[in-house]
Design a protein around this ligand. Sequence first.
Ligand code: DX5
Ligand code: ZN
Length: 229
Amino acid sequence: MTSISAGPAGQLRIAPSILSADFGFLADAVRAVDAETDWLHLDVMDGHFVPNVTIGPPVVHSLRRYSERVFDCHLMMAEPGRYLESFAAAGATSCTVHVEVGDTAALVRQARQVGLRVGLAANPDTPYEAVAPFLGSIDLLLLMTVFPGFAGQSFLPEVMAKVATARDEIDRRHLSVDLEVDGGIDETTAPIATRAGANVLVAGSAIFARDDARDAAHRLREAALEGLS
Ligand code: DX5
Ligand code: ZN
């Protein structure tokens, strides 16, 4: 378990996704973007909820030796409940489970019990009504801007209506909930997402697939800020 603070909700955070980094040099990739980013987004795929397979608690544990960042673990897993305790023990700060897997209330409770910050994710075609009942009991709402499974897909602008609805409710109820978008975020789409109300931007390709990841992260933040002005 980790006591790393995520800071106050609602502030702009850039969260590079290591899915697009070179897995042979993960610690270097994380260090390279350290000065220009806030959280670290770790995409966990189980080959069931999504067709792809990526990383699990051992990689979280290893990376923890090199970074004191918020580790924002996105669990694209059919049975996340089997692993929450292992992620917490490995050094995850937060775990985000998908609402599509069901059993959400129990998963949220379980994540809290093991000391995690709790995130809830929704696929692009999942209606806002599916996540709305849980807004008061989570720390982060992740509205996917691509269908999960792979990096490098195109941003789906139609999700912005859902982002705006969520932002309205979070503000209206003064909830301490971060609103995150993930998928196809780059310098063009970042200001669209922040303008709609997102405050945590995940980006894989737009950071780690660029020649200079640090500079790319810097430009992404500048672009995101434009959406807030
Ligand atoms: C997609 C993952 C994303 C992905 C984002 O399933 O959840 O975090 O790495 O990659 P880009 O930014 O390339 O769309
Ligand atoms: Zn993700």
